[in-house]
Design a protein around this ligand. Structure first.
Ligand code: PA5
Ligand code: NI
Length: 185
């Protein structure tokens, strides 16, 4: 049955939505094949398999014509110098999406299979993901990074695309910040 109009309370500081829908937790073990240093990834899995990020959804369903939202919070951390990040995905039907940065310091890495784009994401920034661009969020700051996503309910998540094509760049922590480095095969 179609859902009725309703209000969602949004707390930017706490990075929560209320009422709550499903919450997803991604641990290091869920990020296989994504960090450049496989041995460092495996060691982190063996050493407590930490939560890398959480995604809290509102109750709006991921269904065609609906407009769901979720808040992602990425912990601060690195794996062999690579900043903690989301898995990243492509929308199979190439629909667009927006992200609104809420807390901490992050970035939005996008790749269309050819071109790479990076957007600095600080509280108040809306990052626009055009149709056809795979997208990954990265925590480049010193505290958790949170953002709100609003996306078409039928967009879907193709994670295999990123495993196959990569994201064009990797994001490494440096002495005084971070650096984008090209993938090496
Ligand atoms: O809809 C989105 O793009 C986001 O809500 C992501 O799904 C979320 O940030 C988690 O990233 P991923 O789906 O790549 O694991
Ligand atoms: Ni998406």
């Amino acid at each position: 049955p179609p859902i009725s109009p309703f209000a969602i309370r949004f707390d930017a500081e706490a990075a929560t939505l209320s009422p709550e829908g499903p919450t997803l937790e991604r641990r290091m073990s869920d990020l296989e094949g994504l960090f450049a240093d496989h041995d460092a990834w495996q060691a982190a899995v063996a050493d407590g398999d930490p939560v890398v990020y959480r995604v809290q959804s509102s109750p709006v369903p991921e269904a065609d014509r609906e407009l769901p939202q979720s808040i992602t919070t990425i912990e601060r951390g690195t794996t062999a110098g690579e900043c903690w990040m989301t898995k990243g995905h492509q929308h199979p039907n190439h629909q667009g999406e927006i992200y609104l940065a809420l807390h901490g310091t992050g970035g939005l890495l996008m790749f269309d299979g050819d071109r790479v784009e990076w957007l600095d994401m600080t509280p108040g920034t809306i990052g626009y993901i055009p149709p056809g661009w795979a997208h990954r969020s990265v925590n480049v700051g010193d505290e958790p990074y949170s953002f709100l996503a609003v996306y078409p309910g039928g967009a879907g998540h193709d994670y295999g695309w990123v495993l196959e094509h990569g994201m064009g760049n990797r994001i490494h922590r440096t002495g005084d910040g971070f650096a984008l480095r090209p993938y090496s095969a």
